[in-house]
Design a protein around this ligand. Sequence first.
Ligand SMILES: [Ca+2]
Ligand SMILES: [Ca+2]
Ligand SMILES: [Ca+2]
Ligand SMILES: [Ca+2]
Length: 328
Amino acid sequence: MATDFNGDGFDDVAWRNDNGTITIWSGQSTGLIPPKITNAGSISIAWQIVGIGDFNGDGRSDFLWEYERGQIITWLGTADGGFANNQVNFIRFKPDGYEVQAVGDFNGDGRDDVLWRNKAGTLTVTTGTAVGGLEDTTYVNAAIPNTWSIVASGDFNGDGRTDILWRSDTGLTIDWLGTADGTFFVNNHPTSAVEVPKDWYVVSTGDFNGDGRDDVLWINDHYLIVDWLGRADGGFTNNHPASAQQLPTGFWATTATGDYNGDGFDDIVIRTATVVSTLNGNAAGGFTATTDTAVVERSLNIRLIRRHTLRHPAPSPATGHAASTPRP
Ligand SMILES: [Ca+2]
Ligand SMILES: [Ca+2]
Ligand SMILES: [Ca+2]
Ligand SMILES: [Ca+2]
């Protein structure tokens, strides 16, 4: 997920320490490393970041926070690499029983929105407002069975609206494309459905080959990464030949993607327990390892966004309207 907190055109990475402190590493022409560090504030760990996006549409990425009792606030990115607590403009409770699934500009109005899902599998969207708040919409789809999970989001077909990627328990992937109207998504099953072996997992998305369409980054049990390139029809081309790469011994996590060196190709941050480095995207949609590394404390956590698991054993009825049901 590309994140540019200070709006300078270079993507940045946010870290959070176990004590709640936020640190920003700012991208620059030389890349993310050596890190250009801003200490961006601290908040009790009773508050968790549940999403990152540009909710007020000013070109700077913002944090979406959730308190343990369900209050939701935003912090708006500022030009100096810090954040303005937006509690004065915006505080609300999350939709009852719902958890954040994805953040993106689903309707293409220039402000990021939040997609929520409840335990019954029902989706709803709140849309970003000019003051960095969230407005309820009338969009609610019928329940999607909990054998399906939303595993990623990105603008896969490059039309300016964020799309979402689903995966079933059996490994099938399908995307839903963002639309300008109030329904938010159209099921793109015909062009996007692919069965992927279950030892492969979606890590993240980013426009790794710089063609204006987001691509999907996969990893397998043996830490091999491969990307799929987004196509104009919302389907994907498996880019295994150009992108397959074995991650280094001791590899721990790769959750951040963005164009940290500003060359137009999204890059990947990878870390071991104590060392961070980047793989730089290239025109073929592959990745070029850099020799630059930075040391980090084990307690510094790049996986900021809590992943909710909404599975529960009883299958939900598949009664959705046809355009929004990801079933084959
Ligand atoms: Ca913003
Ligand atoms: Ca799209
Ligand atoms: Ca692309
Ligand atoms: Ca880059």
